[in-house]
Design a protein around this ligand. Structure first.
Ligand code: 5GP
Ligand code: ZN
Length: 139
């Protein structure tokens, strides 16, 4: 897609620090890293989000992420790696080309807000109703 930053990165029109590439997938370092080794894994074919990405590309991205997370462990020895993927402006997706964030964590960093929310028990009836509504909508 012409105006997409990540499509331009795949084509080499915008430089990037590539860590992995195969037929369907490209992976590179985030230029605003939350932590050392913050990596983005993307499909080569443009798709905006989880709604749009074809299953084969989705599988390829996640298969590649397993390889890359193994390399991150070997290279950087993090205490954990957060995998984060945002869909839609309402979820704070900024670049509208599907991407999986691999965010290495180490003990001395502040917690990621998205992984440290307060647990408070939900309304079981409401949860049950919502589950039934989603389940009924599955094609
Ligand atoms: P989102 O909020 O859409 O999940 O995250 C988009 C990510 O893309 C951000 O973490 C941002 O730093 C990264 N990003 C945006 N523009 C560029 C770029 O030109 N090059 C690289 N390597 N990363 C980018
Ligand atoms: Zn794109």
């Amino acid at each position: 897609m012409e105006d997409c930053i990540f499509c331009k990165i795949i084509k080499g029109d915008i430089p990037s620090f590539k860590v992995y590439e195969d037929d369907r997938v490209f992976a590179f370092e985030d230029i605003n890293p939350i932590s050392r080794g913050h990596t983005l894994v993307i499909p080569k074919a443009h798709a905006q989000d989880l709604w749009e990405i074809p299953e084969e590309d989705l599988a390829a991205v996640h298969k590649a992420s397993k390889k890359i997370i193994a390399a991150i462990k070997k290279a950087l020895n993090p205490s954990g790696v957060a995998c984060l993927q945002l869909n839609g402006r309402g979820a704070n997706q900024v670049v509208m080309h599907y991407h999986l964030h691999l965010i290495p964590r180490s003990g001395d960093e502040p917690e990621l807000p998205v992984s440290s929310w307060e647990l408070s028990q939900g309304d079981m009836e409401a949860i049950k109703e919502t589950a039934a509504k989603i389940a009924a909508a599955i094609a």
